[in-house]
Design a protein. Structure first.
Length: 407
């Protein structure tokens, strides 16, 4: 068993290290509006190319996480975390000195790759902890609290940087990632060890490339479907809010309120992980997400947009850690959980272009139905993953037992 699980103190250190590393990898997402404004200030970039740079970065992130998930159990945690931090920090620092679009695209791709490595390591390292499914929500709760603190203190951080003689905005996320990531490295295991098979303690299974079973694949596809709709409604929340009679500042206030409400939603996930009926929990969370998006898009009134956004964000920030916890059941080495994580950056990478295409051709109400359809598809895939795993589990246990007895 992983050394970090042998003592309570060691487990706490491992969990804390993963929380820090996960939050550090998400700093760029919280600062995305500022990053976009910096891109737009460069000569010759403009809004379209600034958005494309962010898409390049997010695409590199989700592809890296997805690729790493296929090698779960074979990765050197600390080594890949160091590589990820180095790529991301170097890319942030270099972004100030290369306003050329193509060079900037390569640099932001390196940043995305580094972020993908650090976040994948955080998830797969956490999967080695006992009762890992209960710890995934803590990653998101800590990340949301860190993001809220960062956004509230960003104006003071920028002022401090100016006082120190630096007008280089990208030094802020770069330095924060360097410092927080370095602290997290202390608690990470030095190398990846094969996870103990949960159905038969004391045995080890060789990790094959790819998804370990059908449930893993279906769960990941369900996560992508849910996140895609959520990303479109979030990315275009200002446009939808305008249709409901809200101004930009009002929408920002609603987003802040929704993020705050999502924190207890994550805490609820800590309590429910491993308890209750998985079918009922998934169905209720997906239904809440659908209701939220319906309220946002079908009733052009101020009072209904607010609960719609609150329900939508609370549901998705419950679903993501809950699905990663399910992923531990399907792949004890964390590969499925990491692949579920990749759905977030992937959905935001395509939300801008796909959402723009949809909003240019369809009404807000029609797009709302499309999002609900994606929710239904995602929920169906997740429920199917649960059903197939339950029916195949006895066969898997029998096969593993025969393998270990040499029969």
């Amino acid at each position: 068993m992983n050394d970090a699980q042998n003592t309570k103190g060691g487990a706490v250190i491992l969990i804390a290290a993963c929380m820090l590393l996960f939050a550090a990898s998400d700093l760029g997402s919280w600062m995305a509006p500022e990053t976009i404004s910096q891109f737009m200030s460069y000569p010759g970039l403009g809004e379209e190319r600034a958005g494309l740079l962010l898409t390049i970065e997010l695409s590199a992130t989700f592809l890296t996480v997805l690729l790493c998930s296929q090698f779960a159990g074979r990765l050197h945690f600390r080594g890949f975390a160091i590589l990820g931090i180095t790529l991301a920090v170097s890319g942030q620092y270099l972004s100030y000195y290369h306003p050329d679009f193509w060079m900037m695209g390569l640099i932001r791709g390196a940043v995305g790759t580094g972020i993908g490595l650090t976040s994948a390591v955080a998830v797969m390292a956490l999967s080695t902890a006992a009762n890992a499914e209960k710890h995934f929500p803590k990653l998101y709760v800590f990340d949301m609290c860190s993001g809220a603190l960062l956004l509230s203190a960003l104006v003071y951080i920028k002022s401090f940087a100016s006082m120190m003689g630096s007008s280089h905005f990208f030094i802020i996320p770069g330095t924060l990632l360097l410092v927080i990531g370095a602290i997290a490295l202390i608690g990470l295991p030095s190398r990846s060890k094969a996870q103990i098979a949960k159905v038969l303690p004391g045995t080890e299974q060789r990790r094959v490339l790819g998804f370990t079973n059908r449930s893993s694949l279906l769960l990941v596809l369900g996560a992508y479907s849910l996140c895609c709709g959520s990303a479109i409604s979030y990315t275009f929340s200002h446009f939808i809010g305008e249709k409901a009679g809200l101004g930009p500042d009002d929408v920002n206030s609603v987003l802040g309120l929704s993020t705050f409400v999502a924190i207890p939603s994550g805490l609820l996930c800590v309590y429910l992980a491993g308890r209750g009926n998985q079918w009922a929990i998934v169905a209720a969370a997906v239904a809440l997400h659908s209701v939220g998006n319906m309220l946002m898009t079908h009733f052009g009134q101020h009072g209904l947009f607010i609960p719609g956004m609150v329900f939508s964000l609370a549901a998705i920030y419950f679903c993501m850690p809950f699905m990663q916890g399910l992923g531990i059941e399907y792949d004890a080495r964390g590969g499925c959980s990491a692949a579920v994580l990749s759905a977030f950056p992937a959905s935001f990478a395509i939300a801008g272009s796909l959402g723009g295409y949809l909003f240019a051709r369809y009404s807000v109400e029609t797009i709302g139905w499309m999002i609900v359809s994606a929710d239904i598809l995602g929920g169906t895939l997740i429920l199917l993953a649960i059903a197939l795993f339950r029916t195949s589990r006895p066969c898997a246990e029998t096969a593993l037992a025969l393998e270990n007895t040499g029969r």
